[in-house]
Design a protein around this ligand. Structure first.
Ligand SMILES: Cc1cc2nc3c(=O)[nH]c(=O)nc-3n(C[C@H](O)[C@H](O)[C@H](O)COP(=O)(O)OP(=O)(O)OC[C@H]3O[C@@H](n4cnc5c(N)ncnc54)[C@H](O)[C@@H]3O)c2cc1C
Length: 480
């Protein structure tokens, strides 16, 4: 099947699945008052591919059918540039507010398939074979994939990864006639209500003896025993004037319970193989997937800078402090843009022919953006002040008695019509202040591990020769 349309994507969501929102088991995601807006928003992402086939589609290397560029296994610098342009186009649609549009997992699985040898090592040849076959299925059916890679937190003192006998974490229970039976829980499947399938793959390494927890697989969302508990919705009712962002960009996050779930053999990529589980994520995965995450971040910061400028202009706030704060957002946007450019310039080829951006600038961003994004929201709220709440709704503007009064008392500076000013401040609150904004701040802090962990990890892959040489000059120079 070639790249799906939005209509086809929505039809795919109507299948059976166990999605819980509050106390309700949702039977129809597409028309649900708290989920339907984002379903529509994501359908628009699918349609975007058909509106911009030159940027977003490419022929499948075997069938020739048009498929999303995000499924590409980059084999050259030019491939990375093409994929980067496609990732940017998708990120611009939600101005980076949807972190887990399907391209995120498309990029992940293209990277896995492009690292076949890493998956085949440690005696996992059959698992790697099935993984490569799955990636073909994924791209040819234009599947929307959610994922869960983090173990549930019960007692932080026991460490990040489940030790032998842990009763909470996802694990293999037994072999079955057709595959394996798994039981346990994982966090936190963003996009779950809007996915066709769920992916499970490794994150933190597991300790010795935890072989049963060393599993990786993909299964349809409707697989019996699979339950998704969505967090409280941050979705607003569909009204693009009142809630231009939160009416369509709440991608949701769900706690996942595997209540004795059978995974068919052809979907098992790691089967209780600890050595494989602990090694497959340690090479090309971070820089591969972070091409998507950092281009998205760059788009979001450019948007925040533009929004801040528009807010200030609407009330003619040209004081030094406002300009300083806007300049601060600009520096974050510019550093992010520059880091992506540097990572592209220093792109590398991995054994097996996969190309990725250079990990270092992307990792530096990953460790720092969790500190920048909350500050960006703070700045937007400081510039916005009370104005974000002196912003009547579409219904109030539509009232024939209120409208002339709103036009008279709520214009912007320098002749800006009231409606334009109101739209700017409503957009600002939706982006930086409302419930969706609060969720997004939490997302930026944690979606690929917290800032402290990323900072602490940098020595695992960096080359310190340059820094050591500078220090050694003083430590080793003759003292006479
Ligand atoms: C909105 C959202 C969406 C998400 N989506 C997904 C998804 O789609 N799929 C998925 O698999 N996961 C997802 N996650 C989960 C995410 O991967 C984890 O939340 C993330 O890894 C952080 O987990 P943690 O609690 O172990 O964080 P920690 O790193 O433990 O951080 C929690 C706090 O503890 C502190 N801390 C404690 N111990 C340490 C330590 N040793 N080193 C450093 N800091 C420490 C940190 O400073 C931080 O404040 C999502 C999370 C959020 C919030």
């Amino acid at each position: 099947m070639p790249a799906r349309t939005g209509k086809q994507f929505l039809e795919g969501l109507r299948g059976p699945r166990e999605i819980w929102v509050d106390g309700e088991r949702v039977t129809d995601v597409v028309d649900h008052p708290l989920l339907g807006g984002a379903a529509r928003g994501l359908a628009a992402v699918y349609d975007l591919h058909h509106a911009h086939p030159d940027v977003l589609l490419m022929p499948d290397e075997e069938t020739g059918e048009p498929i999303p560029v995000s499924h590409m296994i980059p084999r050259s610098r030019a491939d990375l540039a093409k994929r980067g342009a496609a990732l940017r186009k998708v990120a611009e649609y939600s101005v980076g507010l949807m972190g887990r549009t399907p391209d995120y997992m498309n990029v992940t699985y293209a990277g896995f398939a492009g690292s076949r040898d890493a998956w085949a090592a440690q005696g996992n040849e059959a698992g790697a074979e099935r993984l490569v076959a799955y990636q073909k299925f994924l791209r040819r059916n234009d599947i929307s994939l959610t994922h869960t890679i983090v173990q549930p937190t019960v007692d932080k003192a026991t460490g990040d990864a489940p030790g032998p006998g842990n009763p909470h974490a996802l694990r293999k229970v037994e072999d079955t006639a057709n595959g394996i039976l798994v039981r346990g829980a994982r966090v936190l499947a963003t996009l779950a209500p809007f996915a066709d399938e769920l992916a499970v793959y490794p994150a933190s390494p597991l300790p010795a003896g935890s072989d049963a927890y060393a599993v990786s697989f993909c299964i349809p969302m409707g697989t019996p025993g699979l339950k998704f508990l969505c967090r409280d919705s941050t979705s607003s009712r569909w009204n693009l004037f009142d809630h231009p962002l939160s009416s369509r960009f709440d991608e949701q996050d769900a706690f996942v319970i595997f209540d004795d779930v059978e995974v068919p053999r052809d979907r098992v990529f790691i089967d209780a193989n600890l050595a494989s589980y602990n090694s497959v994520m340690t090479t090309s995965w971070p820089p591969n997937v972070q091409q998507q995450t950092m281009i998205r971040a760059s788009v979001k910061l450019d948007f925040a800078w533009g929004l801040a400028l528009r807010m200030a202009a609407s009330i003619n706030a040209a004081d030094p402090e406002t300009m300083r704060m806007i300049g601060e957002i600009w520096t974050y946007a510019e550093f992010t843009r520059a880091a992506v450019v540097a990572a592209e310039a220093e792109a590398t080829e991995w054994p097996g022919g996969l190309w990725t951006l250079n990990r270092s600038p992307l990792h530096a961003l990953r460790a720092t953006l969790p500190l920048w994004f909350p500050r960006v929201n703070e700045i937007l709220k400081l510039i916005g002040s009370h104005n974000v709440f002196a912003a009547p709704t579409a219904a109030q503007l539509a009232d024939k008695d209120l409208r002339p009064l709103i036009d008279r008392y709520l214009p912007g500076a320098k002749g800006m019509p009231a409606e334009e000013r109101i739209r700017i401040f409503r957009l600002a609150w939706d982006f930086a202040g409302g419930a969706l904004a609060s969720r997004n701040e939490q997302y930026e802090r944690f979606y690929l591990a917290s800032s402290p962990r990323n900072l602490a990890r940098h020595l695992a892959f960096t080359d310190r020769a340059r820094a050591d040489r500078l220090v050694d000059r003083f430590l080793k120079e003759p003292l006479d």
